[in-house]
Design a protein around this ligand. Sequence first.
Ligand code: PRT
Ligand code: ZN
Length: 298
Amino acid sequence: MDELRLKLAIQKSGRLTEPSLDLLVRCGLKISRGKDQLMAYGENMPLDVLFVRDDDIPDLVQEDVCDLGLVGLNVLEEKRLELASRGHAARFQQVRTLDFGRCRLALAVPDGASFEGPSSLRGKRIATTYPYLLEKYLRERDVCAEIVTLSGAVEIAPRLGRADLICDLVSTGSTLQANHLREVETVLESHAVLIRTPLDLPPLKDEWVQRLLMRIDGVQQVRESKYIMLHAPRSALGEIRKLLPGSESPTIIPLEGFPDRVAIHAVCRENVFWETLESLKKAGASALLVLPVEKMLA
Ligand code: PRT
Ligand code: ZN
């Protein structure tokens, strides 16, 4: 393996695969990947992508096989706690919060069952694939319960009589609903994160890590951002600036032949809704134009 090329681990096949690849492509990476190949070569950056099971991603960074990884916070925190339980320190750093893979690790009880806060968990059997996160949650609330660790299909454990309730990942809630379970408490809010090794990297590799981080920031900002252009009376400038969502200093341009009117151009870091445009129009704006932003570099 080329020691001067960065190695980034992503999920091979699952919920994080497509958004991870999409992020990398938006960061400008071109990769060639054969079907079922475990590694893809970055053609225009010294960066190769390893495709692995998501549970292995923290380990690969921990063991210096990879420099970077894209993984769910749920998997990362479970690993951190597991390492701590064996007296080991985590050797991965979370360097970016990403805008995909959002879900929560939550407790859910069978539909008819009562729940009056964490004390209701006392003496109960809780099925989960996240025993360390659940143990921490219970310990912090001073509750003694039995953790039933499963490797999957947690949602059917209560029906099979293996547990009284579950602790599992939820996004839309439809899996819980289909299994007659009711979400009662959040154990961890999760989303995908970028992790890196805490080791010092050779300058060339480190420079590419910094460039990648900057590009990721740009990509994430752009997803929500819009470029807005409008004409407005000079007298309405103050009100219009207040109405522009999440925009820093807008550019004000004089309009030839109209001393009382100006053109305003601004990057809005939040989505621009019809309601905003209507309010701007009411404040005196005209010729409103909203454009998507392609790339951004602060
Ligand atoms: O094979 P590999 O081990 O790589 O994949 P995996 O099966 O362990 O992971 P995968 O692809 O299911 O999830 C990867 C990551 O996506 C997770 O670690 C989370 O960080 C994130 N994520 C986001 C989710 C969900 N949303 C999610 N809804 N992971 C799992 N689920 C499951 C959940 O376990 C439950 O079975 O989806 C079901 C609930 O979904 P809703 O929409 O019905 O609530
Ligand atoms: Zn997994």
